[in-house]
Design a protein around this ligand. Structure first.
Ligand code: S3P
Length: 435
């Protein structure tokens, strides 16, 4: 087992390049595989999750090479995947399992997907149901709710589907299956979720129509191959934003961060809380807005986070709760019941672990209430096997008295390989303990 030991920091400073966006890295392999010809991806996130996606596509007959953070994918066109010889292992990755389910639903062959204990607890009925409506046979434990999932696809019909939750993974699974159906497949969602799939499909020449909560894709496109430069992951940058705000005497510059408006809720909320965050050097790269973020230590105040903000910062809520511990007043996060079915139950895990550190946190049925201003004291915390919990607790440790340890911290490699080294480079005292 790997643990992190974090000591209270008196100041952090410097520039840091943020690792590639996880959502876009997954999609660059998937869409590269379905395009005709070679796709080159730079600043690819070489994390456990994205490497599992690459491995699954190798098993589907796609040649993929990786050198440092550059990946080349030899696409074989929409009909070029071949039946895998064995079970596809997605590891911890919900994005891999759900988006790949959409692609496999379009294949006239048999495949089975499984993954680790966490992914085998997460709800898969939300993708099985629409994919069955399109004509695929999808089986899983508990009536198709749980992995392992078995899919026999092909012969899909286009559907119009309204999702129950705002989920980019569900939306993307249906859109990707829609590539293999005749005519227009349409997805309507209750609130807009991240839109990388539709932006990337448009960039590759697919017919895609988008309005705020409705996306339509036409089946049978010839997808172009090409080059992607993956922006830095704002979900990873969020940990450093909160570090920069809560550690006194700090000034950090986070380079080349993706600023897609469907993802920037965390910046909006931290600014509302009084955080000094400036966007510099704004530009567009591979169809996505990017920029550098300059963050300085700030006095924070609590606020209410709810409604359509939630999908725009869904992965950042554990670290937002950490920021709230260092704010004056109360922060209320609601409408976020989805947190219960992430890599861990993040409502319960955040409340349990921050309480161990001395924070005043209450679980709500659909969120958290954090009463700020209680001094945190370093102690032994647990990641619950969840990368974002491990990372959020490490940031809390920078602001807590003494030393904080985070057990099962190998989970950080799911989305932020090199986290401890990056923190040390900025002056944080973060040590990796093995055994
Ligand atoms: C993701 C969508 C979100 C997010 C996950 C990545 C994606 O999940 O939490 O980390 O890449 O599409 P949901 O779509 O289930 O909300």
């Amino acid at each position: 087992m790997v643990s992190l030991a974090i000591r209270r920091s008196r100041g952090m400073s410097g520039d840091v390049k943020i690792p590639g966006d996880k959502s876009i890295s997954h999609r660059s392999i998937m869409l590269g595989a379905l395009a005709q010809g070679t796709t080159t991806v730079s600043n690819f996130l070489t994390s456990d999750d994205c490497l599992h996606t690459a491995q699954c596509f190798r098993q589907l007959g796609i040649a993929i090479e990786q050198e440092a953070t550059t990946v080349t994918v030899k696409g074989r066109g929409l009909r070029g995947l071949s039946e895998p010889g064995t079970v596809l292992d997605v590891g911890n990755s919900g994005t891999t399992m759900r988006l790949l389910a959409g692609i496999l639903a379009g294949q006239p062959f048999y495949s089975v997907m499984t993954g680790d204990a966490s992914i085998r607890r997460r709800p898969m009925g939300r993708v099985a149901k629409p994919l069955r409506a399109m004509g695929a046979s999808v089986f899983g434990r508990d009536g198709g709710q749980l992995a392992p999932l078995t899919i026999m696809g092909g012969g899909l019909r286009a559907i119009q589907y309204e999702t129950e939750v705002a989920s980019a993974q569900v939306k993307s699974a249906i859109l990707l299956a829609g590539l293999f159906a005749d005519g227009w497949t349409e997805v309507r969602e209750p609130l807009q979720s991240r839109n990388h799939t539709e932006l990337m499909l448009q960039g590759l020449g697919a017919e895609v129509e988008v309005s705020e909560r409705v996306v339509r894709v036409h089946g049978g496109p010839a997808l172009r191959s090409g080059q992607w430069e993956v922006p830095g992951d704002i979900s990873s940058a969020a940990f450093l934003l909160v570090a920069g705000l809560i550690v006194p005497n700090s000034r950090l510059r986070l380079l080349d961060v993706g600023l897609n408006p469907t993802r920037t809720g965390i910046i909006d909320v931290l600014q509302t809380m009084g955080g000094s965050i400036r966007v510099e050097n704004e530009r567009v790269s591979a169809g996505e807005p990017i920029g550098d973020l300059v963050v300085e230590s700030s006095k924070l105040r609590g606020c209410v986070v709810e409604g359509d903000l939630i999908p725009r910062l869904i992965d950042e809520i554990p670290v937002l709760a950490v920021a709230a511990c260092f704010a004056s007043g109360t922060t209320t996060i609601q409408d976020a019941a989805e947190l219960k079915v992430k890599e861990s139950n993040r409502i319960a895990a955040t409340a349990t672990e921050l309480t161990k550190l001395g924070a005043n946190v209450t679980e709500l049925p659909d969120g958290l209430e954090v009463r700020g201003g209680h001094r945190l004291h370093g102690t032994a915390c647990e990641s619950h096997g969840d990368h974002r919990m491990a990372l959020a607790l490490a940031i809390a440790g920078l602001g807590a008295d003494g030393t904080t340890t985070v057990a099962h911290a190998e989970a950080v490699n799911v989305s932020f390989p090199g986290f401890a080294e990056a923190m040390v480079g900025l002056g944080g005292e973060v040590e990796i303990l093995c055994g």
